[in-house]
Design a protein around this ligand. Structure first.
Ligand SMILES: Nc1ncnc2c1ncn2[C@@H]1O[C@H](COP(=O)(O)OP(=O)(O)OP(=O)(O)O)[C@@H](O)[C@H]1O
Length: 551
């Protein structure tokens, strides 16, 4: 059972303690039943006289003890479940943080959000059912033991009937569980459509047919998800009805079949019938729990499935030893030696292949990378930044190959603004940078009027495209690392600032000893580069001489 595997993954279930608490709760529950039976027997024998205070007192005491054990069981289980969910969420986020970019690209956001939020919440919200079902199972055993003592024939008949009904019930329960899994997939598709709507807000607004078709697609995904839910609910309801029916049959067996086929006494028949009435409650709870736990089981399966995939990826990822930021601090040359990269083929489409590429950049140099759209520049930058591992050839620093063991040390050399960069509202990882240093950079990038800092947070990120890119470069420069990697940074800048970037900032950074690797289409500034690599359709071709013209 996946749910059990998930709950016991981080710490063994304290089964002994739980059984003791559940047994305590069941014991007092059975005690209540025996007291009721006994009181009924006394009344039948002696008629109703005064209140039997001893029995009433014992009855109240049994209820009080039952409550104490029951509450303890529920709270213990809640802590257990929350601990397990917390641990699994942390594990998944940790595994995700450690993923290579190439593997990260293969995990859908919808699946990730589902696992970290919805699937975990489903388990958390249903945890009390696990506890109550566990207690109910023990209670059923205890009541059956009582029936065994009262009438062995009834016990055999009941055990057989409960076993048969339980078998059929569980088989039907598996089908419900499969329906839960397909509902989760429908939900993920619906989430993708919502993302399309939110991310494509402007595009949707601008083209009415797009709005209509996207709305149709969204409605279809919502309908599908709703249909799936109805199927699950109907199946759960069927299961519940089947369970109830089985219970009535059970009662019928005791009242009609048992007296006819056994020599049970009237007194024992009454006791057994009461016991069956008492067993109906816990069996009913187990029935309800199985129906509800189907969704928890499906959620646990989704969580463990994602975790397994992440673990598979992480076995091929970078070493977990602590990063040594000084490992390559004194480097002289970064090189790519016949490096190649190929994306994973998706549904029959020929994957893009980069390389072989051979290049080097020496400390303090400026390397430009140029090429047409889709020629592989960004892919090359991801290799140069250590985000992608080359599928052939190698990335080296002063002859040392960069691989799984030292890739994180290598990345500590580099600050970057890549394509699809993300601006964080806070200066994460830059706590030691003074506010003055930040303000100085903001002034240099002419952002001080629009972006302020408060408590290490930017006051706003509501900026123009070019301003956002400037802010991303501010953050990269504050990282103060020896190598700066920029992917078409100047593309969104106005001509004045573009000139300032090429003619003032880059030479200044070079003078400070920074190594700069930049993707650029600005051929008017190619003369700045110490060397240039040109790509065409993934192949490295000889870079032409840089135009001498001053922009
Ligand atoms: N995650 C990915 N999975 C599969 N293929 C990809 C992926 N990212 C990019 N590609 C493919 O790799 C090729 C090169 O993309 P890349 O982004 O490196 O080009 P580029 O030179 O930076 O283009 P541009 O100038 O348009 O930004 C493209 O044809 C693209 O389809």
């Amino acid at each position: 059972m996946q749910l059990f595997a998930l709950l016991t993954r981080t710490a063994a279930l304290p089964l002994k303690a739980l059984i003791i608490i559940a047994a305590g709760s069941s014991l007092f529950n059975v005690g209540i039943m025996i007291l009721v039976n006994r009181a009924a027997q006394d009344i039948a024998a002696d008629g109703v006289d005064d209140v039997n205070w001893l029995m009433a007192g014992l009855f109240c005491a049994a209820i009080a003890f039952y409550l104490v054990f029951e509450l303890r069981l529920l709270s213990r289980f809640a802590v257990l479940v929350e601990d397990a969910i917390h641990a699994v969420r942390c594990d998944i986020i940790q595994l995700l943080r450690d993923l290579n970019l190439a593997d990260r690209d293969r995990i859908g956001d919808a699946e990730l959000y589902d696992v970290v939020t919805q699937a975990s919440d489903t388990i958390s919200q249903n945890s009390q059912y696990i506890a109550i079902a566990f207690r109910s199972a023990i209670l059923v055993v205890a009541i059956l033991a009582y029936i065994f003592v009262t009438s062995k024939t009834t016990f055999v008949m009941l055990t057989f009937a409960i076993g048969l009904a339980g078998f059929v019930y569980m088989r039907r329960g598996q089908r419900v569980m499969q329906s839960h899994m397909s509902v989760a997939q429908d939900d993920q598709r619906m989430f993708d459509r919502i993302t399309d709507q939110l991310d494509g807000w402007k595009e949707v607004r601008m083209l009415r047919p797009r709005r209509i078709e996207l709305a149709d697609a969204f409605n279809a995904s919502v309908d599908r998800a709703a249909e799936g839910r109805i199927t699950v609910q109907n199946a759960s309801f069927d299961l519940y009805i089947f369970g109830q029916l089985a219970l009535f049959i059970l009662l019928g067996v005791v009242v009609f079949v048992v007296p006819s086929y056994t020599d049970i006494s009237t007194g024992n028949l009454a006791k057994t019938a009461t016991a069956v009435l008492f067993i109906i409650g816990p069996i009913g709870i187990i029935i309800q729990a199985v129906a509800v736990l189907g969704s928890a089981e499906a959620s646990a399966a989704r969580i463990l499935n994602l975790e397994n995939r992440l673990e598979e990826f992480s076995s091929a990822t970078d070493s977990r030893k602590p990063v040594n930021p000084k490992a390559f601090a004194g480097f002289s040359r970064i090189s790519l030696e016949a490096a190649e990269y190929e994306y994973t083929a998706e549904s029959g489409v020929e994957p893009f292949h980069l390389g072989p590429v051979a290049l080097h950049v020496d400390r303090g140099e400026i390397l430009f990378i140029s090429g047409g759209n889709g020629s592989g520049k960004s892919t090359l930058m991801r290799i140069l930044t250590g985000l992608y591992a080359p599928s052939a050839g190698q990335l080296t620093v002063d002859g040392r190959t960069i691989g799984a063991v030292n890739r994180r040390d290598y990345r500590a050399l580099i600050a970057s603004v890549l394509s699809n960069y993300h601006l964080f509202p806070e200066l994460f990882g830059l706590r030691d940078v003074s506010k003055d240093a930040v303000m100085e950079q903001l002034r240099y990038f002419e952002l001080d009027d629009v972006v302020g800092m408060e408590n290490n947070r930017f006051v706003t990120l509501d900026l123009s495209t070019g301003q956002k890119k400037r802010l991303a470069l501010v953050v990269a420069l504050l990282e103060d690392r020896p190598v700066l990697v920029l992917d078409e940074w100047a593309a969104d800048q106005d001509p004045q600032f573009r000139k300032k970037f090429y003619r003032e900032l880059l030479p200044r950074l070079k003078a400070q000893g920074k190594t700069i690797i930049a993707v650029t289409h600005d051929d008017a500034y190619f003369d700045l580069a110490d060397r240039r690599v040109h790509l065409s359709e993934g192949m490295q071709i000889e870079a032409g001489p840089a135009p001498a013209a001053e922009a």
